[in-house]
Design a protein around this ligand. Structure first.
Ligand code: PMP
Length: 367
């Protein structure tokens, strides 16, 4: 068996110890004589798995008691609709910061469902290479919440600060964040947010599971006509079991949380490791004269590092040779081209070292 280094943007690499444990427990979960996939979600065994996962996540992120954690489905994309449905029941508009493709999709969905959804600051003018600063953000008078994307997975642009969401009249409104591609990459002050959501398939677990963290005072402002499965309150009251949850993904997420706690040593340690990985790769890109990344240093994503070659006619050879060298999934998103190395939690530092060595060698031969 050979496992290569996987730089996929998502579904992304999972920690090897997690996969090994899942393999060991696949046919017979802890002597119960069946797989987690074959258990009733209401069985004592599965409820214990689910509760342990939530406890570990709460501990990792120091989630305050007045927040509910939901393990749902539909991906971050369904949250583009669920958030306005759950938060606009008392009127007002969704306000957005626009820093790239995923934020744009969230804006489009809010507009599709609710009409107006003002963009109150944008990085469009600089080609999404630097996020708006706090002083550039001017919420609308009727803002019900402010939504932003902490890390734009395709553009490779990441917020270096948590924005404040204050209306012109001084009222603070909930801050909503799509953290699909940066959650668990380091410590987080959850108390700054009204809603945090993330598709699982980057730093949490396999695709098919969606995490929502919602402050409990926001559970009572949903639109009446919302599909019932999308309701945060209903899911919170049902322990995320309004219908059959993504049980196996939930279990794997729990194993990832255990790995973060016990193998990595928590999110501060993860943060330091991620900083080191990203700094190395950006330093190699900046030092080369052959590779380049357009993002302002302050907003360079630690999770997704897009870069282009000096001559895009070499892209094909770069991809073919990197794959032969055991460096998988370096092709950039189809909308931007070039390359992208995603350095999520489960991508080891050795993978980054191997990539940097390959890039230097490729440059020597082609530069
Ligand atoms: N938001 C961000 C930041 C993402 O990276 C992605 C997926 N790459 C999405 C939303 C959409 O997620 P999903 O496919 O889980 O709906």
């Amino acid at each position: 068996m050979t496992r290569h280094f996987n730089f996929c943007a998502g579904p992304a690499a999972l920690p090897q110890p997690v996969l090994e444990r899942a393999r060991d427990e696949l046919l017979d979960y802890q002597g119960r004589g069946l797989s987690v996939m074959e258990m009733s979600h209401r069985s004592a065994e599965f409820v214990a798995i689910a509760e342990q996962a939530e406890r570990d996540l709460r501990e990792l992120l120091a989630i305050p008691d007045n927040y509910r954690v939901l393990f749902t489905q539909g991906g971050a994309t369904l949250q583009f609709a669920s958030v306005p449905y759950n938060l606009l029941g008392r009127g007002g508009s969704a306000n957005f910061l626009h820093t790239g493709i995923w934020g744009k999709k969230a804006i489009a969905e809010a507009r599709h469902l609710f009409g107006a959804a003002p963009v109150v600051a944008s990085s469009e003018a600089n080609g999404h290479s630097a996020v708006p600063r706090q002083a550039d953000i001017a919420l609308s008078d009727d803002a019900a919440y402010l939504h932003y994307t902490a890390n734009e997975t395709i553009g490779g642009i990441e917020f270096d600060y948590v924005p404040q969401a204050v209306r012109p009249d001084g009222t603070e409104v909930p801050l909503v964040c799509d953290m699909s591609s940066s959650i668990l990459s380091g410590p987080l002050d959850v108390s700054r947010f009204g809603v945090i959501y993330a598709g699982a398939q980057k730093n949490i677990g396999p695709a098919g599971l969606t995490l929502v963290i919602v402050r409990d005072d926001l559970l009572d402002q949903a639109c009446a006509e919302m599909p019932s499965l999308m309701g945060y309150k209903a899911q919170a009251e049902a322990g995320s079991m309004v219908n059959t949850p993504a049980t196996y993904g939930w279990y794997l997420a729990g194993l990832v949380f255990q790995w973060l706690k016990h193998d990595i040593g928590g999110l501060a340690a993860m943060d330091a490791l991620n900083a080191r990985k990203a700094e190395k790769l950006y330093a190699a890109i900046d030092g080369s004269g052959f590779y380049s990344n357009p993002i302002a240093p302050l907003n360079r994503s630690r999770m997704n590092v897009p870069f282009v070659l000096a001559d895009d006619r070499l892209d094909k050879a770069f991809l073919a040779e990197s794959e032969r060298a055991g460096l998988l999934n370096l092709k950039g998103h189809r909308s931007v081209g070039g390359m992208r190395a995603s350095l999520y939690n489960a991508v080891p530092e050795a993978a980054v070292d191997a990539l940097i060595d390959f890039m230097a060698d490729f440059e020597r031969r082609n530069g």
